[in-house]
Design a binder for this molecule. Structure first.
Ligand code: MG
Length: 255
């Protein structure tokens, strides 16, 4: 179901989204060669709780028999991992890694969802370009996220921006509405035709999240039942914010 948020609900959304944004400011200062993804996760969990928030991904059901609920605050997906990587004491960041982090904070029953890909130490020019293009594809997309346009306008903007670079869009996962639920309608693919799909209305809150691969679009799931990696081993990047559709330009709530 697509929900239109009242002004009061939007104020509550902003509280959750602010904690998400501040958590990324904290994490950025701590991403360096030698730190484990588990340590980053612990820093984030403590920080979010101190701000009165709840890490909403922790305990999120897999929906698959035999696969445990997501065990951590952050999804941390390094290099060829695309999304849903599980933080681990054994995973130590190295110079040159690119580190995709996805985080959802809940406060007062509302959610704030964002993702970033960070550069760890000295990163190759090719990797930097992927990370920058992925981020920019979000900003190109939200130029289309305005009253009267359609979901397909957002989708098409992501795909058409990244294609000329020779990059691929992940097709199996997509952005989504967000509010009381972490995932609400509509789904927002990162590919598709302009002018199609649901019409955007003020009061919709959406998580727009390009997931972009430097090589071929195919992905695999690891045996942990969560981590999604590129099939060809090429790098992947992720960039996401929760936005609000208004009478004018979309407002970004998680920066
Ligand atoms: Mg997310």
């Amino acid at each position: 179901m697509v929900t239109i948020k009242s002004n009061r609900e939007i104020e509550l959304m902003k509280e959750a989204c602010n904690i998400t944004a501040k958590t990324y400011e904290m994490l950025e200062k701590n991403i360096r060669p030698g730190i484990s993804t588990w340590e980053l996760d612990k820093l984030a969990e403590d920080f979010i709780k101190a701000q009165g928030g709840r890490p909403a991904q922790k305990g999120y059901p897999s929906g698959i028999k035999g696969v445990p609920n997501f065990p951590a605050t952050l999804c941390i997906s390094v290099n060829d991992a695309v999304i849903h990587g599980i933080p681990s004491k054994n995973e130590i960041l190295k110079d040159g890694d690119i580190v995709s982090i996805d985080l959802v904070v809940e406060k007062n029953g509302y959610h704030g969802d964002a993702a970033r890909t960070f550069l760890c130490g000295n990163v190759s020019e090719e990797a930097k370009r992927l990370v920058e293009v992925t981020k920019q594809s979000f900003f190109e997309a939200i130029k289309q996220a305005k009253k009267g346009n359609r979901v397909g306008d957002i989708s098409h903007a992501v795909e058409s921006y990244v294609k000329p670079y020779g990059f691929s869009v992940v097709r199996e996962f997509q952005g989504h509405g967000i509010g009381k639920e972490m995932h609400e309608d509509p789904g927002i693919p990162n590919y598709g035709k302009a002018g199609r799909g649901l019409r955007l209305e003020p009061g919709m809150t959406l998580a727009v999240e390009p997931m972009i691969i430097a090589g071929k679009p195919d992905i695999w799931e690891l045996e942990d039942g969560w981590t999604i990696v590129t099939a060809d081993g090429s790098l992947a990047a992720h960039y996401e914010n929760t936005i609000l559709i208004t009478e004018n330009e979309a407002k970004i709530l998680t920066i």
